[in-house]
Ligand binder design. Structure first.
Ligand code: NAX
Length: 328
């Protein structure tokens, strides 16, 4: 049997945590033959709720779940961690300026980055889900100088999955017919879902759609504003779909992309496609043997260029703001 993998989840008592933990424990994160030790990090007032979730995990008698540890100490939570899902974050509340939001999240992601640096396993892989995810990932990364920078990633897989379904609906196809879709930029309303390189059952997606107005006025805003639409409909933000995307992101990172396809991940830029080096931005990536690489050589048309640049500009502004706050 395989050695158990240590998986740390922060914000474990939150709504995404509740949707995520059961799927990790049942083998969906890493595979049906990989046992897991769960480490749940929460703030002190939420420890009791995390214990309640742990009781339910116990009651599932998952064969792959070897242990559950609950703590409010980041050094304990990340001790020996192989995979870290950073879900807990400070949400934007009414009247909060961007600077306040970034500072509040710096107070969370800076110490967590340091705790990862000091305690995690050598093969640690980090996924930041908590918003603003890309910049929170940058903050954590900056506090973990001993961890290779590329191990810090941010989640745009939910945006990717949202785009897949919107495109399938529009074209009367299924999501499994669609390949090579890309989310570029920030996980925010400026993100750019790109179908110009996507294929639907082997045909170019933009040609199949052949409707620039739908693309600009419906598809892109629907994907980019989906989070707000879910809140409006459900009275609460995306939880199960966000947890599902986190599972997809890590599963792909560990197990690879399918031949002929790629996915979207927020990763440190190496300067590809004019995205300044170091910004954590979403790119098309293939994954093999636990290593991702940016898909190279795509032709970026004017329509795409303007949208990628706008989202990257926002990321650069966020980076400058956290730099000014002394967080990176
Ligand atoms: P909840 O408010 O339900 O849960 C957050 C949990 O984090 C709470 O239990 C809180 O006690 C805990 N927490 C706060 N500070 C912590 C710290 N320092 N250490 C450990 N735990 C801490 O939020 P939920 O709906 O679960 O969402 C979590 C985050 O995901 C939010 O920032 C949200 O904006 C973000 N999302 C990101 C998405 C993405 O695609 N990247 C989509 C879904 C979601 O909106």
């Amino acid at each position: 049997t395989r050695t158990p993998v240590n998986v740390t989840v922060t914000g474990a008592a939150g709504q995404i945590g509740y949707a995520l933990l059961f799927r990790i424990a049942s083998g969906h994160l890493l595979g049906p033959d990989v046992p897991v030790n769960l480490r749940l990090l929460e703030i002190t007032p939420a420890l009791k709720a995390a214990e309640g979730t742990a009781m339910e995990l116990d009651d599932c008698a998952f064969p792959l779940l070897r242990s559950i540890e609950i703590t409010d100490d980041a050094n304990v939570a990340f001790d020996g961690a192989n995979v870290a899902l950073l879900v807990g974050a400070r949400p934007r509340t009414k009247g909060m300026e961007r600077g306040d939001l970034l500072a509040a999240n710096g107070g969370i992601f800076k110490p967590q980055g340091k705790a990862i640096n000091d305690n995690a396993a050598d093969d640690i892989k980090v996924l930041v889900v908590g918003n603003p995810a890309n910049t929170n990932a940058l903050i954590a990364q900056a506090s973990a100088p001993d961890v290779p920078a590329e191990r810090f990633t941010a989640m745009t897989r939910l945006d990717h999955n949202r785009a897949l379904t919107q495109l399938a609906k529009k074209t009367g196809t299924t999501v499994s017919d669609i390949k090579r879709l890309t989310i570029w930029g920030n996980h925010s309303a400026t993100q750019y879902p790109d179908i110009f390189h996507a294929e639907i059952a082997g045909k170019n997606a933009a040609e199949v759609v052949n409707d620039q107005q739908w693309l600009a006025d419906e598809f892109i805003p629907t994907v980019a504003k989906r989070g707000a639409a879910i809140i409006e409909a459900r009275g609460a933000s995306s939880a199960a779909s966000a947890a599902n995307a986190a599972i997809d992101h890590v599963h792909t990172w560990v197990n690879g992309t399918a031949e002929g396809d790629w996915t979207s991940m927020g990763i440190p830029s190496d300067g590809s496609y004019g995205v300044p080096e170091g910004l954590i931005s979403s790119f098309p990536v293939t994954v093999k043997d636990g290593q991702y690489s940016i898909v190279q050589g795509l032709d970026i048309n004017e329509f795409s260029r303007a949208r990628i640049d706008a989202s990257v500009k926002e990321l650069a502004e966020e980076r400058d703001a956290v730099r000014e706050l002394g967080l990176i």
